[in-house]
Design a binder for this molecule. Sequence first.
Ligand code: C6P
Length: 415
Amino acid sequence: MTDVEGDIALKFDVASVRSEFPILGTTVRGVPLCYLDNGATTQKPLCVIETIDSYYKSSNSNIHRGVHHLSQVATELYENARATVRRFINAASDKEIIFTRGTTESINLVASSFGNRFISQGDEILITEMEHHSNIVPWQLLCERTGAILKVANVHPDGTVDIEDFKRLLSTKTKIVSVVHVSNSLGTINPIKDIIDVAHQVGAKVFIDGAQAVAHIEVDVQELDCDFYVFSGHKLYAPTGIGVLYGKEEILNAMPPYQGGGDMILSVSFDKTIYNELPAKFEAGTPHIAGAIGLATAIDYLLGIGIANAAQHEHMLLDYATNAMRGIPQVQLVGTAPNKSAVLSFTLKGIHPHDVGSLLDRDGIAIRAGHLCTQPILRKFGVHAVNRASFAIYNTIEEVDRLIASVQNVIRIFA
Ligand code: C6P
């Protein structure tokens, strides 16, 4: 154990955390898996895997529909999961927690439902240059439908939002501000409280993409006073296919349904259909019941470790990896904001990121290579693709050492 690790270990036992994740004990190409692609998706702890297993073995049923025992059990588990999510982000009511397929669907839901009701020609939607495609394209589609205008705030060369430019673009025409909490490509943690406050001064609603934040930063939606906050379960140690849309109750009440179908209605006739109340109004059809229950287990698991402890451990890895990478002359770091989450994007001079990713894979190291679904911000940094290592609670200094050694080996191969 290194000295840096030693200090953290007082609060955080990474070996014990690792033992909870069966996949971390596997090998890739004959070497132990070194999983550093947590920004794409995290691995799942045993408690989450067992919750899903046990749900299908003993509680599986459809929800909100049956009078029979199993349906009541499944309904209770699903609604308890909603309450866990509500407590996790400190929403005021369970009605404000809508289960979706993930961040992407949550954004599309708001852009479609809120957008179609409240946005019209000439209105403005303000985002930043560092948004994920999921937080760009749904707003572009809305603009195409309504004649609204998409405005984009600049990002400084270090990867921080140009707040002066952001304020300059804000006006009473701005109806929605939609900003990422933590950038998936730059790692920047945005000052969302300031952004929310300044946007509210002109009457805009504020939407926060929390996909890369919730596993690393404590989120209190009431304290933030955001109007919407969204995230995916799978980046939070939970299954894929489940996500969350938080919205203030009065705003969600004013929005029309996104999709029609079972569960989102109180009564249907050919003359008039009456919609269900929140949150059912936005959950048409049979949802990902096991996913929601698995998400609640993942949240309890992470809270058991403590988000502050997790963040401290991940930050220690980020600092260590950043310093090591800075010592390699061929490395160019992409995203060097002072306030960063555990995301380290880089390029190697003259070597395509896909080659780097493939060669690291031969050493059993999983990192991401490509445009990271953030083409505009990468273009701004003068690259089409990057490599990205992203850290989670179970990563170690030894794994960072493997990453650095493998990167140096790639440089030797191409020299
Ligand atoms: N970013 C990454 O490797 P979904 O796919 O709906 O769960 O999440 C979309 C999304 C939205 N916003 C941000 C900031 C994100 O990071 C992501 C997903 C993955 O960075 C896949 S591109």
